[in-house]
Structures are given as C-alpha cells and as structure tokens.
Design a protein around this ligand. Structure first.
Ligand SMILES: Nc1ncnc2c1ncn2[C@@H]1O[C@H](COP(=O)(O)OP(=O)(O)O)[C@@H](O)[C@H]1O
Ligand SMILES: [Mg+2]
Length: 497
C-alpha cells in the first residue's frame, strides 16, 4: 500500500455564500512532488489553508502522516510536519537572516537571554541543508525574492517538515531562480520530504512533479501521473474547454505595405534591415539573445533611433523620434514585461484599458466624458472576454492572461496601423493564450498589421503566416509558417543552417 503524508478527502469550505471548495480530495505520497493546478479562484489557496489548520473545513477529513483529523489546528499541522510557504513568505523584513531563521526557535526555549551563538548555529545548519548561502547579518528586506523564498524553505526545515507546501512559488522568479528552486525541491525529495506546489504552468509540472491534481471551480477535476499528461489534456482540465487546432492566420493584403524598413541600421543592435509588413498580416519575429529583434521593434516604436536607413508607414516617410510620434502614426507596442512596463497595477481595470486614449474623452475644461469612457470600457471588456465582474477593481487582481487582454484593449482602443507584441503570451494560461491568438486573427482580418516577437516557436507557427528569423542583428531567413517546423526554426536561430 502506498505511504501517504497527506490524504484530504471530501473537503468542503464556504465563505458566506461562496463555496470555495465543494468536496475535494488530494493525496500526496511521502517524498512525492505534487503539483496542484487550476485557474485563479478555483480554491487552491483555500485548500492549503485547510491542510495547514488555518481554516477549519466545513466537512471532510484530513490525514497527516497517518493520523486523521476532522478539526485540525495549526499547531497539530506543524507537529505532523506540514509547513506552508505563503506568497509573502511571512518573514520579518527588518530582522536579519539569522534572526528570521532562528528567533522563534530561540524564543520558544523560554530563556531570558538570547543566545546568539546558538542562533547562529541553528541558522547555519538550516541553510546548509539546502546548500543556500547568504550573509547571516543581512536584513531580509535587502534580499531578492528568490533568496527570501529559500530562507522560508530553510525555516520550514527547522520545524522538521515532511510536507512543504508552496503557493505559486514561481510567479515572481526568473527562469534561473526557478531552476535553483527546483533543484532544492529535488534535494528535499531525496531526503524524503514531499512538496505540494501550486502552479498553472504546464512546463513546470512536467519538469518537477511526479503527480498532479487539477481543480476547477472548487471541484476536483482530475489527478494522475505526469507521464500521462499532455498540453491538450492539461488545458481541458484547467478550463473545461476543448482547444481545437487553431484557425490559420488570415491572408494579408500584399498590395498594401503598412510598414517598410529600408536598409535600417543601428550601432551594435541591427544592420541593414529591409522588410515589408503588409496590411492584415501577422508577422512573427524570432531570434536568440543579441539577434536585434527587440531593438528593431523598439526603433519602430520610437524608443531608440536608427543610425541610418528609413521607415515608411503606409507609404509615407515616417519621422519616429519618440513614443509620441509612434502613437500618432498608429503604432502600438505591448512590451514583454507587461507587469512592470505595461500596466498601472494599483489602478482600476477600466482606467488601464483606456489610459492611452484618455485624450479622446477629454472635453472642454479638461473634464473627462465619464459616460463615453465607461461605455468604451464595457465594450472592450465584453469584446476581449476579460474575466471580471467589476472593472473598478485594481488590475492586479486579474490573472496574467486577463491582464494581458487589458493591455491589448488599451492599444486597440486607439486607431492603430500596426501593433507590436513582445512575447504576448509569456506566463499566460492556456485559455487566455488561445483567446489572445483568436483576437490577433480577428484584428488582422480587419486590416491591422500585427508583429509578434516570441521565443515560443510553436506560438509563432500557430498564429503567424510569415516568420522572420534574426541573428546577430541581421535577417537570417524568412519563412512561411506552413512550410517550416519548430525544429527548423530553432536550428536557423542558433545558426546551425
Ligand atoms: N477569506 C475569504 N473570504 C471570502 N472569500 C474567500 C476567502 N478566501 C477565498 N475566498 C474565495 O474563495 C474562492 C477560492 O479562492 P482561492 O482559494 O484563493 O483560489 P485560488 O488560490 O485557486 O486562486 C474565490 O472565489 C475567493 O474569492
Ligand atoms: Mg491562490
């Protein structure tokens, strides 16, 4: 029989009228790495709080390390080896690394004097367990998010954790930091410590988890081994929607050149670029770091200037010396890091949608026409399928995919000739990714030119008619999506052709 560290069965939990959990099950084997997935609001965090004794369940049972509970307290959960690393890590920012690691242990000894030598050795031991190095006297507020997370892991180990639960641990990490965290999780597994981690990202599930469970709307949808999962199934379980093959991109109108690059060069960024982008075309651009693809598009958007060569928009020579010039010419740009560059997070969803077209709503005396503004916001929310009941809410409350739709709405609300998207679906859930691609097709069918910069070759093949591969600042090759493959594109970008 399988040895479980956690078995939760038939867990129900309501908040007022909201049924967050409608009778879910979750089993995690000893030393197992288990991924819990599901769209925002499906009940993942609530279940974690039930397992850790923070919320009492309305009904259902929880078995931890062989012992069954109907009413679990936080002390009992900790005693059975459950440790949760919340998104804010619950660290004390103004204390040092050493104090964060050792102070609760030291205080619980009920001695009057704090023994600094003991604290230092407790902290060092915890850090050495996962091979983590940091200056013990550094204040935690000065550390990076990834370092704080590892300190939280160290602290969990001090409590003899048998199951470490991480609620969306990778959202704020770089790829390299995610790798490092995964190494730590695998090392913990080698010591028999199980990890339950929440993620929406299929590639992460494949990389780290042996088993997975997916929730939807407070229900268990499916659970299984990673080896039995593929992206279609994952998408279906997450959203309840079936994602058919995507429709092909619309045919561009080759008689209308919207953007023309004419022998454009800029220092070490890109050289001698000549390229036409047509009306109604979705053009893909890829290339490795240093290929010049992003720099080229930043020039089109007025963020940098070329040394030589020219750009024409709709056949007319364009002077693009600033973002303002670019916007006036109907050029839109959605940067790759929408969270820092693209959105005003504390502002409302509605405001974020129309911020770049606010001028249009300004009447005499600089008063905003609120009625026109609100109807525009309502129109875009509906047209783009932004999943929110209230556009007055802060935009940061939306999922990544829905935030991206808000960024798109902002640009489309302007009258555009060309829309540049840098990594339009990075970190976006599959349902939103599919919606965003469909939206790009609909826009280009109306004559808009779309330029998609992406590393995701499958994405480029799915939504672009033509793909440009750049390398070392030059256009290496131009291909029709219908006549190439992911493997070929990758080889060309790497210079192996
Ligand atoms: N403390 C709470 N009070 C009221 N409603 C809550 C509370 N915590 C969660 N909810 C609601 O329960 C549902 C599930 O939320 P949550 O477990 O946070 O989802 P997830 O972590 O999967 O995104 C949501 O509708 C959320 O609004
Ligand atoms: Mg959550």
């Amino acid at each position: 029989m399988k040895d479980y560290i956690l078995r939760a069965a038939g867990i129900k939990k309501s908040f007022g009228g909201v049924e967050a959990l409608k009778g879910v099950d979750l089993e995690v084997g000893r030393g197992e790495i288990h991924c819990l997935a599901g769209e925002n609001g499906c009940g993942k965090s609530t279940l974690i709080k039930v397992i850790s004794g923070f919320h009492p369940a309305d009904s259902g049972t929880i078995e931890l390390d062989g012992k069954q509970f109907t009413r679990l307290t936080t002390a009992e959960a900790i005693e059975r080896g459950v440790q949760v690393i919340y998104q804010d890590f619950s660290l004390f920012p103004n204390l040092t690394v050493m104090e964060n690691l050792a102070i609760t242990m030291e205080l619980s000894n009920k001695r009057k004097l704090i023994n600094w030598t003991r604290m230092r050795s407790i902290a060092q031991e915890a850090m050495s367990k996962i091979g983590f190095k940091a200056d013990l006297t550094e204040r935690v507020e000065n550390l990076s998010i990834a370092q704080k997370q590892l300190i939280a892991v160290c602290r969990a180990l001090l409590y003899n954790a048998k199951l470490i639960i991480m609620d969306e641990p990778t959202t704020a990490l770089t790829k390299k930091e995610v790798r490092a965290l995964f190494t730590v999780i695998k090392n913990l597994q080698a010591d028999g410590i199980a990890t339950l981690f929440v993620s929406h990202k299929l590639d992460e599930v494949f990389e780290i988890a042996t088993r997975w469970t997916i929730f939807r709307n407070g229900n268990n949808v499916a659970t299984g081994n990673t080896s039995e999962l593929d992206d279609k199934k994952f998408a279906f379980y997450m959203t309840g929607r079936n994602f058919d093959e995507e429709a092909p991109p619309p045919q561009p109108d080759r008689s209308k050149v919207v953007v023309e690059f004419d022998r454009l060069s800029r220092g070490g960024s890109y050289q001698d670029i000549s390229l036409n982008v047509y009306s109604g075309e979705i053009l893909g651009i890829t290339g490795l770091l240093g290929s010049g693809r992003t720099e080229l598009m930043q020039t089109l958007f007025g963020l940098t200037r070329p040394d030589s060569g020219g750009i024409k928009i709709n056949g007319a020579k364009a002077r693009i010396r600033s973002i303002k010039d670019a916007i006036a010419l109907g050029i839109g740009y959605v940067p790759s890091d929408r969270l820092t560059e693209g959105l005003f997070l504390p502002q409302s969803i509605g405001r974020n949608m129309i911020v770049s077209s606010l001028q249009r709503f300004a009447g005499q005396c600089a008063m905003l026409d609120m009625k026109a503004m609100n109807s525009e916001i309502a129109r875009w929310t509906k047209e783009l399928g932004v999943n929110t009941s209230d556009t007055e809410r802060e935009v940061k409350t939306l999922s990544g995919g829905n935030q991206q739709k808000v960024v798109l709405a902002r640009w489309i609300a302007n009258n555009l000739n060309v829309l540049i998207l840098d990594g339009p679906t990075v970190g976006v859930d599959i349902g939103s990714k599919y919606d965003i691609h469909a939206l790009l097709r609909a826009l280009s069918a109306q004559g808009l030119s779309v330029i998609v910069i992406s590393d995701d070759l499958r994405e480029l093949l799915a939504c672009c008619g033509r793909i440009i591969v750049m390398r070392d600042g030059r256009i290496e090759r131009e291909l029709q999506s219908s006549a190439t493959t992911e493997a070929e594109l990758g080889e060309i970008a790497a210079g192996n052709f």
